[in-house]
Ligand binder design. Structure first.
Ligand code: FES
Length: 438
């Protein structure tokens, strides 16, 4: 008989072909987490296959979806979905309550657990902001910053970038997360447009506040690590790595060069021949040992070669993602779809388009089979928790538990924190429903 070896127990367990890894574990009373009961929805059963990956059946659709969502490498498999056909050696990757919480959080955030990507980073900082903010009233400081971030964000997004992080008066924008290509050209174009818009904005600041408002920009192209980062419950998509530092160093170099925007050699290599160079300087960037060339760009030539993105559009500063055709949305029916890899349920209630996360916050189980009452509340078909589909608030908690369920199980199930479900902004356009983050 084939054998499953587990590094955690240093044990060997025989099994019948076509059993899943989880079935073998449970049959042998190994403590193998499987919070969703083996339905491929929680990822807590994940294992690393150390040997014998060829003896695992290919990923089925459920496992494939989870693997793409969490960016699993090939050798990380869901034990509940992976059927075995020969000897394998595995290592369980999650082992306790803390690990369960992190797995749940990663799924709820629906972002990659970590991957490498080539992107262009635009780093922008306001010159001499600290003394400026000390001279101004605090509400004027916030007013100015928000106005500036608002138009800069619009420009970044209209060029296909994402405002990724704000650090006081500085911000970091990333181009290339959408895989449409030509990320550096789009970053440079956005930088030029921001500086152009700032001419007008700075003149207004000078007139209203008698202050100079100048922004320095640095752009670099290279590899970053992309993943969800933060303490549990506050995770957000983040980019880290030396590429980010290089963009910040290029920004800082503007001070010595007396320029507004500089791009690094790596960034220039991506757009050479498609930009007009005003000037260049050779210097050692902070924290580096070699001299490098930085380019001051006057303008871009032509348009971006990025693939047209028909899946997203920006309206009123909001990024909308194309969803299901409206013709398929009949009153009373619900459509399963996704929003940036997150399972979503779209439907009409009293003619109004609504979209909610398609997973209860109780056990992460699908709401597709739930009834929606006249008030627009959907009841989870598994344990009777109900949510308002407009606000996401919990309106009932676990009111459908079987009478014969043991009291301690009831107590455990009902004690889970009553979090609301996520709801989405909806829009009808181009014969489709469009969804956005609230
Ligand atoms: S047990 Fe939940 S995904 Fe395998």
């Amino acid at each position: 008989m084939p054998v499953l070896s587990s590094r955690n127990e240093k044990g060997r367990f025989e099994f019948e072909k076509n059993q899943t890894i989880l079935e073998v574990s449970l049959e042998n009373e190994l403590s193998h987490l499987h919070v969703c009961g083996g339905h491929g929805r929680c990822s807590t059963c994940r294992v690393q296959v150390l040997d014998g990956l060829e003896n695992c059946e290919n990923r089925n659709a459920i496992e494939q979806a989870m693997s793409e969502k969490l960016d699993f490498p090939d050798d990380v498999r869901l034990a509940c979905q992976t059927k075995l056909k020969g000897d394998v050696t595995i290592r369980r990757l999650l082992n306790g309550m803390e690990d369960i919480k992190f797995a749940k959080s990663a799924i709820e955030q629906s972002g990659p657990i970590g991957s490498n990507k080539d992107v262009a980073i635009l780093f922008a900082d306001i010159e001499n902001f600290t003394p400026l903010s000390e001279r101004m009233a605090s509400f004027d400081v916030m007013y100015l910053l928000n106005k500036y971030f608002d138009f800069a964000g619009d420009i970044v997004m209209s060029n296909g970038g994402a405002m990724n992080n704000y650090i006081g008066d500085a911000f970091l924008a990333v181009f290339g997360l959408d895989d449409t290509g030509d990320e550096t050209f789009r970053a440079v174009k956005a930088g030029i447009e921001i500086q152009s818009r700032l001419n007008e904005f700075s003149a207004q600041v000078e007139e209203d506040f008698d202050e100079l408002f100048k922004v320095r920009i640095g752009i670099h192209y290279g590899e970053v690590i992309v993943g969800m980062l933060g303490c549990r419950g506050t995770e957000r998509l983040s980019v880290i790595g030396d590429t980010v530092n290089m963009a910040a160093r290029a920004e800082a170099a503007n001070k010595d060069a007396d320029t507004d925007m500089l791009i690094t050699e790596m960034a220039y290599s991506q757009v050479e021949g498609r930009v007009e160079v005003e000037d260049f300087i050779r210097m050692k960037l902070k924290g580096t040992s070699e001299r490098t060339t930085l380019y001051e760009i006057k303008s871009v030539i032509g348009d971006s070669l990025a693939k047209e993105n028909t899946e997203q559009k920006i309206i009123g500063g909001i990024e909308w993602n194309r969803s299901v055709p409206v013709a398929d949305l009949k009153e009373g029916s619900k459509l399963e779809t996704s929003y940036q890899d997150e399972a979503v349920l779209v439907f009409r209630h009293d003619g109004e388009l609504r979209a909610i996360q398609n997973a209860c916050t109780h056990m992460n189980l699908p709401l597709t089979g739930g009834d929606i009452d006249d008030g627009g509340n959907i009841t989870c078909p598994f344990h009777g928790t109900a949510y308002c589909t407009k606000t996401g608030e919990v309106t009932k908690w676990c009111e459908g538990l079987p009478d014969d369920m043991p009291a301690e199980n009831k107590a455990m199930i009902t004690s889970i924190k009553q979090n609301p479900i996520k709801t989405f902004l909806t829009l009808e356009s181009d014969n489709h429903a469009w969804l956005a983050e609230p």
